[in-house]
Design a protein around this ligand. Structure first.
Ligand SMILES: Cc1cc2nc3c(=O)[nH]c(=O)nc-3n(C[C@H](O)[C@H](O)[C@H](O)COP(=O)(O)OP(=O)(O)OC[C@H]3O[C@@H](n4cnc5c(N)ncnc54)[C@H](O)[C@@H]3O)c2cc1C
Length: 495
């Protein structure tokens, strides 16, 4: 049940249809656009399968006859269990420093959240609830790496899915029979799709009357007949040297448009069928949305620590650490880092019981989303400001070191009070890949949008805040004095 990296890699050789640079990619595990990222995911599975990480990364399934599963599927029943699970997720994230946004723990957290709220599915339709429950157990027991596509493609955002020029631009139901649904159309982006086992498909955007065909929720394997993944440009393919692009070469998780060319979905994988209200409820009336985004904040917490490490190392490498202004900048960055850390702990401590389960505090999670969405770009700008031209003053590629004459010149021109010339180049190439490269730029876009545009996250924060408690204080203050009392006092004085 606890799979290894080799087993995961082998599972991707399943005939999936991934298109890149004008044709089919074939075996993604051996393709220069994807191979090293697949290897990074394999390392995650090897880490969890290692005997010494057994308790950290796996848990005993309650009522499961002693069987264990990865903690990403765990359904915490108390604050203590939630913290235990988080420590596993944190350790996993440290293997990629937070650069795999849709690592297997993200969508697993979403499906686990839906399972915790399965009563909502029962109220909708017992058959669909049974399908969801079965799928949670199936994905957990087979250790599936799931990704999801939950946003319709951009086209005309002022119109609904049914009002676009092509009725099947957005993926929707084209047919329904005894066996299941047939789906046609596209979804915007499957991050990690090329190296996941299955894709969970639904719509998290509010849907209006008339958009019922798009109000579905289901899961299919990546090699389902008719399912096509259209990869964006691969940063990994453009980064053959790990030394030159240590992140892009190994953690380019890929994003792909998904097209459903009349894909057949059996009923036992359909969780919501053409119900716009239920499509929203599956996220908001269950712990799913909170649980999946809590994972995202754990990931960001680790990534922030990595970025703090870069900031400190920039100052060390350039000999700027003793400048008061640089210390001030580092102090401000450290405070931002600690805010993220504190928010994660706060959503745990303020968590609430949801039936038998313990879930993170919803408003604290949404506050974290709003604040970190803004903060990430600020941190990137601050790191650029600290580093100056050091991010650019670099040898063209690792091949420069292979030329003895150039290597000597690099030694003369790349100097630091804290590192060898080679160490300085190595560090600043890593920093550039985290801050400024095309890979880094995509990451900034990711942090700005993975949880929805900022008006969406701010909307969640607005809806879930305890306004009454605040306006109550204002009312209490207003009630503590009155115009009448003061006028009465003036009248008494005037008499
Ligand atoms: C790197 C990356 C990876 C992603 N990975 C995934 C994934 O794995 N799975 C997945 O399902 N999705 C994924 N997404 C998609 C992501 O969820 C969306 O980008 C996000 O929900 C925002 O939707 P959008 O991009 O269509 O932007 P839009 O909703 O079109 O918003 C773009 C901008 O338009 C304006 N705007 C649009 N609509 C309104 C409105 N109603 N009111 C006010 N202003 C508005 C705002 O300025 C907004 O910032 C990914 C996106 C990125 C960038």
């Amino acid at each position: 049940m606890i799979k290894t990296g080799a087993q995961h890699t082998a599972s991707l050789r399943d005939g999936r249809q991934v298109y890149i640079n004008g044709g089919l990619a074939g075996d993604v595990t051996r393709h220069p656009a994807f191979q090293r990222s697949v290897e990074s995911v394999a390392r995650l599975y090897d880490f969890q399968a290692a005997e010494e990480n057994r308790d950290l990364m796996t848990y005993e399934i309650p009522g499961g006859g002693g069987e264990r599963a990865n903690r990403i599927w765990q359904l915490p029943r108390s604050h203590a269990e939630m913290v235990e699970r988080r420590k596993g997720l944190e350790a996993w994230t440290e293997l990629h420093a937070g650069f795999l946004g849709r690592s297997p723990d993200h969508v697993a957290s979403c499906i686990a959240g839906m399972y915790m709220g399965r009563d909502v599915f029962h109220d909708h339709d017992p058959k669909r609830a049974a399908a969801l429950e079965d799928y949670y157990r199936y994905a957990r027991d087979n250790e599936l790496y799931l990704t999801y596509v939950i946003i319709n493609p951009q086209a005309d955002r002022s119109k609904g899915a049914h009002e676009q020029q092509d009725k099947f631009l957005a993926a929707g139901v084209v047919d329904e029979d005894d066996e299941g649904l047939t789906i046609r159309g596209a979804k915007m982006l499957a991050t990690g799709g090329i190296m996941a086992n299955e894709v969970f498909v639904t719509c998290i955007q509010p849907l209006r009357p008339g958009e019922e065909p798009y109000a579905v929720s289901f899961a299919v394997p990546m090699n389902a007949p008719g399912l096509k993944l259209m990869s964006r440009k691969s940063y990994e393919a453009a980064a053959p040297s790990v030394f030159d692009n240590p992140l892009a070469s190994r953690f380019d998780e890929n994003d792909a448009v998904v097209y459903f060319d009349d894909v057949k979905v059996p009923w036992d994988r359909v969780f919501v069928n053409q119900d716009t209200a239920m499509c929203m409820k599956q996220f908001q009336a269950t712990p799913a949305h909170v649980h999946q985004n809590y994972q995202a904040q754990i990931r960001l917490m680790v990534k922030m620590r990595f970025l703090m490490g870069l900031a400190r190392r920039i100052a060390d490498t350039n000999g700027t650490l003793e400048f008061p202004q640089v210390r001030e900048t580092l102090g401000a960055l450290a405070a931002q880092n600690t805010m993220v850390d504190a928010l994660v702990h706060s959503m745990e401590i303020k968590g609430q019981q949801w039936g038998e389960y313990f879930v993170p505090d919803r408003h604290t999670l949404y506050s974290a989303q709003v604040l970190t969405q803004q903060m990430h770009s600020q941190v990137m700008t601050t790191l650029r400001d600290m580093a100056g031209g050091g991010l650019i003053m670099l040898p063209s590629s690792v091949e420069d070191f292979a030329n003895p004459e150039l290597r000597e010149l690099i030694g003369k021109t790349q100097q630091s009070p804290a590192a060898s010339s080679e160490g300085r180049v190595k560090f600043f190439k890593l920093a550039w890949d985290a801050i400024g490269s095309e890979f880094a730029s995509r990451h900034t876009q990711y942090e700005m949008f993975y949880a929805g545009a900022s008006f969406v996250t701010k909307g969640h924060s607005f809806r879930t805040f305890d306004w009454d408690r605040c306006t109550g204080l204002v009312d209490q203050m207003l009630d503590s004095y009155s115009l009448e009392e003061e006028l009465a006092a003036i009248n008494v004085a005037a008499q």
